[in-house]
Design a protein around this ligand. Structure first.
Ligand SMILES: [Ca+2]
Length: 369
């Protein structure tokens, strides 16, 4: 409670304070150093350490700027993965974004150069040849960290056991490599908030979302590692559309990051309009939003497997809404269903979103920055 609201409450009270309550308030004031400060105000949030694994990427850029302007997060590192663009371009873009935000103090490390078990797929068609909608970033003034991205993740997780949240917003190659190299990090990671997947639709095939489709084997490793995973997928990002009215609000303020964001969002809105869509989905920014404030979404805990072999379904995230499958036994040359087996849920799937509240939050965080 702030001093002002405390006073309002006190002045609204018709009866004088009972003596014991008054003494308690007085002693709090004295112990806190007197009534001049905001002794009854809420403490600012303790920033939570996070590592962002990214493939910038226009929407990655918006997610990164949101993270760097949110006091709830302490971004310990960026690790770079190929996806929207090549690994080399994604590294240049990450360095440019960190430069734009004036945060060369944050390590930026290169990582995998290709997916675990398939050809690299990039998407310059969506993100522009440079991955930034051909909107100029400042020349990188920050140096690349010399460590290999997955090794940096392993090192930082061991240095801060139980504290770090991983936020992958690209294909899951780097995170999978870290787990495969050192599975002992799993219980030491606080949680993993993934942008990717869907249990209702796809955006690169009928059923597959791009980040998962671009490295299904890595996604299967990450989803089944045994840590807490929250999946912020198309089920919620496709309902979080940034449109012309939002752009108008973002354009009402200015600043280096604010202005860059305005140009990127205009590029994305125009791109969506070419395909008849009103507004552009906020895929990666929403994942950052959920890492900052989980109440932006509602989740369901369910078993999610990644299809790695299907003729039409490779890269699909298969959500078992009931966490159950039938149990069959072999009898007389056939299979007979004899009951139900429970499957263990492994992923918190975001299924509902408070989209307008998130979009306003995003605009407010970048306003004037
Ligand atoms: Ca991304």
């Amino acid at each position: 409670m702030s001093m002002r609201s405390f006073r309002q409450v006190a002045s609204k009270s018709r009866r004088p304070f009972p003596l014991p309550a008054a003494l308690i308030v007085l002693s709090i004031l004295l112990l806190s150093g007197g009534p001049t400060g905001t002794v009854l105000a809420q403490d600012p949030p303790v920033p939570r350490p996070v590592i962002i694994d990214t493939d910038p990427g226009t929407d990655d850029a918006m997610a990164i700027l949101l993270a760097l302007n949110s006091p709830e997060l302490d971004v310990k590192a960026f690790t770079v993965v190929p996806g929207n663009v090549t690994a080399g371009q994604a590294l240049i873009n990450t360095l440019g974004l960190v430069t734009l935000a004036g945060r060369c103090d944050i390590p930026v490390a290169a990582g995998a150069q290709r997916p675990l078990a398939q050809k690299l797929i990039t998407a310059e068609f969506v993100h522009g040849e440079d991955g930034m909608g051909n909107i100029e970033l400042p020349s990188p003034a920050c140096d690349v960290d010399g460590r290999f991205g997955p090794d940096l993740i392993i090192e930082m997780v061991h240095a801060m056991p139980g504290e770090i949240t991983l936020i992958p917003i690209g294909p899951l190659t780097n995170i999978a490599l870290a787990v495969l190299k050192d599975p002992s990090i799993v219980p030491l990671v606080k949680e993993v908030v993934v942008m990717g997947g869907s249990i209702t639709e796809g955006n690169v095939t009928a059923v597959a979302e791009a980040n998962i489709y671009n490295d299904p084997e890595a996604a299967q490793v990450v989803f089944h590692a045994g840590w807490k995973v929250t999946m912020v997928g198309l089920d919620v990002t496709h309902r979080t559309n940034f449109g012309a009215a939002h752009l108008e609000r973002l354009s009402a303020t200015s600043g280096r990051q604010n202005d860059f964001a305005k140009l990127v969002m205009r590029f994305l809105i125009d791109l969506s309009a070419q395909f008849g869509a009103d507004g552009t989905p906020m895929h990666d920014p929403l994942a950052l939003g959920v890492a900052i404030d989980p109440s932006f979404v509602d989740t369901r805990h369910m078993r999610v497997d990644v299809e790695t072999r299907g003729e039409f379904t490779r890269g699909m995230t298969v959500g078992n809404r009931y966490n159950a499958v039938e149990h069959n036994e072999e009898r007389d040359g056939r299979l007979v269903m004899t009951g139900i087996d429970r499957v263990e849920p492994n992923v918190h799937v975001a299924v509902e979103v408070d989209a307008e509240r998130f979009l306003s939050f995003f605009i407010e965080r970048l306003a004037g920055r």
